[in-house]
Structure formats: structure tokens, C-alpha cells
Design a protein around this ligand. Structure first.
Ligand code: NAD
Ligand code: UDP
Length: 311
């Protein structure tokens, strides 16, 4: 198949492009390189079935494809808050443009939504039928509300124009090719530990997250895309939950670092707890994460060790 991956030069997108090429598809990787990098897709550039398109999805584009994975959007708080108006435009205008494209060429489209649509959740673990608890005017809302509107657009194009849609709600994902400077907890803690710097726990570290290794996530995304007669939304994540303080200690242990833990102010609207309920993915896709946290973290630590050694 001819497959478009928007945000294909980003962390998750580059793994997805690699996997789709490996399955024999033709891959069009579209990216504006805001948070993605050529380095992430360097090994793919010479592949005869790989094409790179430098484009911003807030502008329309017409391409002939059979599948669209819509991942373009900055995902870490410091990046999506850097230019919040651009972030919400990317989710709203970008998703309209991708849906318009899918409608015109009758492509199937999968939207990378997020656990952030649940906001600071009052239902735990989070099930797909929970409508969430999002602050519509806070500093995270350019991302959270943008993704919520993107889900609305997907459902409305489906109901009104019969566009063949899939929505996955992705929970915290980690692995090689996360950006060193993107401010997310996994990359921050590993890089701090490897450099012997203090690990910066925000708040008292009692907030929880559930971390999924990128290969598991990509497997779930592809299964969802190719499953017939479903739309989602469907949660994809690893239900193994950890507090951020425990997580910091774990990174120190795994890296053998001498770093200490220091406490910094908790950012506004930081969700207190997060864990996916994945029964629906288990039943509908036969999917569940396979990579244990320690194994995934070791691969990620190896990646950052090599990257920092290169300087
Ligand atoms: P990332 O920042 O590494 O990748 C996003 C990519 O989109 C980058 O390559 C960036 O340059 C590109 N991009 C941003 N705005 C664009 C625009 N206007 N036009 C074209 N390209 C644009 O982030 P990621 O972690 O790989 O996330 C990928 C997708 O998955 C995002 O949509 C994100 O919201 C979603 N998601 C990620 C996580 C996670 O834990 N990583 C969790 C939930 C949802
Ligand atoms: N966090 C932290 N120290 C850091 C970066 C993040 O304690 O250096 C916390 C952050 O406040 C949040 C959790 O780790 O509670 C996950 O943050 P991240 O930005 O990775 O993802 P998100 O909040 O979007 O789930």
C-alpha cells in the first residue's frame, strides 16, 4: 500500500515509518521538522520505497494514498506550549486537511489522539467511555482541546461523509529517538542520570504515569488501522503504573548514576494519575504490551548513552 505518515520524522512516526517499510509498503513521510529531525529517519532516506515531504499540515496538500496515519503535532508540554496557537492549529486545521485528503482519495485515516483527552482524570483507570476532566482555558488546553476537536472532526467526517476512520488514544510512550531536549520525564531523567545531574521531580512525585515501549505502541496502531469495521476511540498503552518518584529512583538504579533527586514546582494542570484500561484493545485487536518497563528502559538508556557519547 501507499501510506502517508504525518509527523513521520518524530519519535513515534519514525518507528512507524520503519515498521511499515519493513512490511513492504510505500511510505510517504510528511513533516515540518518542528520537533522531528532528519536524524530520526536518516537510515530510511535511501530506501527506494521511502519518500520525504517537507510540509506543514496547517496548509492543505493533495496526495494519492490508501492510508493516512496522522501523527503531526508536538507532543511534549514544553514544545506544545512554545507556540500554543500553532499547536491548536496543527490539531484542528491539520486534521481537517488530512480528513479532506482521506475523503477525496478514499483513504483510511488513523488519528493519533492522546490520554490527555481525559485531562486530570477523576475515573481511574481511564476507560474509553469516560468523557474526561479537561481545563478548557489552561496552559495544556492548546494540546488537550486540540486533540479533542480532532476526535470530533474524525467522528463527524465519518458520520457525514463516510470517511473510514480510526482513533487511538495513546498513553505515555517512550523509547529510542525521543528528543534529548523535549522535556518529557523519560528523556529528562535518563539524560540527567547519564550526565550525573540532579533528577528534577515536579511536585512531590506522587503523580502516576504508565509507560509503554514504542514497539508495542506501533504494533497496536497498525493492528487498529488494519482491523475492519471499527472506529475507536481505543486506548493504547501499558497498564503498569508507577509514581514519578519511584520512576526517578528506578532510572538512577538502572543507570548506576550518582545523581540525586531534587523537587521542583508542579506545572499547572499536571494530571495526578494516569493508567489505561486496555480491555477493548485486548478484545478487538488481540493486543497487549509485551515489553516490560525494565527491558524497554535499558534499550532507551543505551540509545541516550550512545547519543551523548557522540556529543
Ligand atoms: P514528536 O514531537 O516526536 O513528533 C511529532 C512530529 O510532528 C514531529 O516530527 C514534528 O516535527 C511534526 N509536526 C509538528 N507539527 C507539524 C505540522 N504542523 N506539520 C507537519 N509536521 C508537524 O512526538 P511523538 O511523541 O512522536 O508524538 C507523535 C504523535 O503521537 C503526536 O500526535 C502526539 O500527540 C501523539 N501522542 C504521543 C504520545 C507520547 O507519549 N509520545 C502520547 C500521546 C499521544
Ligand atoms: N515530570 C517530572 N520531571 C521532569 C519532567 C516531567 O517530574 O523533568 C513529571 C511531569 O510533571 C508529569 C510526569 O512527569 O507529572 C510526566 O510528564 P511528561 O511531560 O513526560 O508527560 P505528560 O505530563 O504529558 O504525561
Amino acid at each position: 500500500m501507499r501510506i502517508l505518515v504525518t509527523g513521520g520524522a518524530g519519535f513515534i512516526g519514525s518507528h512507524l515509518c520503519e515498521r511499515l517499510l519493513g512490511e513492504g509498503h510505500e511510505v510517504l513521510c510528511l513533516d515540518n521538522f518542528f520537533t522531528g529531525s532528519k536524524g530520526n529517519i536518516e537510515p530510511l532516506l535511501d530506501h527506494h520505497r521511502f519518500e520525504l515531504i517537507r510540509h506543514d499540515i496547517t496548509q492543505p496538500i493533495l496526495l494519492e494514498v490508501e492510508r493516512v496515519y496522522n501523527l503531526a503535532c508536538p507532543a511534549s508540554p514544553i514544545h506544545y506550549q512554545y507556540n500554543p496557537v500553532k499547536t491548536i492549529k496543527t490539531s484542528v486545521l491539520g486534521t481537517i486537511h488530512m480528513l479532506g485528503l482521506a475523503k477525496r482519495v478514499r483513504a483510511r485515516i488513523l488519528q493519533a489522539s492522546t490520554s490527555e483527552v481525559y485531562g486530570d482524570p477523576q475515573v481511574h483507570p481511564q476507560t474509553e467511555n469516560y468523557w474526561g476532566h479537561v481545563n478548557p482555558i489552561g496552559i495544556r488546553s492548546c494540546y488537550d482541546e486540540g486533540k479533542r476537536v480532532a476526535e470530533t472532526l474524525m467522528m463527524d467526517y465519518h458520520r457525514q461523509n463516510q470517511v473510514d476512520i480510526r482513533i487511538v488514544r495513546i498513553f505515555n510512550t517512550y523509547g529510542p529517538r525521543m528528543a534529548v531536549n523535549d522535556g518529557r520525564v523519560v528523556s529528562n531523567f535518563i539524560v540527567q542520570a547519564l550526565r550525573g545531574e540532579d533528577l528534577t521531580v515536579y511536585g512531590d512525585g506522587s503523580q502516576t504515569r504508565s509507560f509503554c515501549y514504542v514497539d508495542d505502541l506501533v504494533e497496536g496502531m497498525i493492528r487498529m488501522m488494519e482491523r475492519e469495521a471499527v472506529t475507536g476511540p481505543l486506548n493504547l498503552g501499558n497498564p503498569a503504573e508507577t509514581s514519578i518518584l519511584e520512576f526517578a529512583q528506578r532510572i538512577i538504579d538502572l543507570t548506576g548514576s550518582t545523581s540525586r533527586i531534587v523537587f521542583k514546582p508542579l506545572p499547572a494542570d499536571d494530571p495526578q494519575q494516569r493508567r489505561p484500561e486496555i480491555s477493548m484493545a485486548r478484545e478487538m485487536l488481540g493486543w497487549q504490551p509485551d515489553v516490560p518497563l525494565e527491558a524497554g528502559l535499558r534499550k532507551t538508556i543505551d540509545y541516550f548513552t550512545a547519543l551523548l557519547a557522540r556529543g
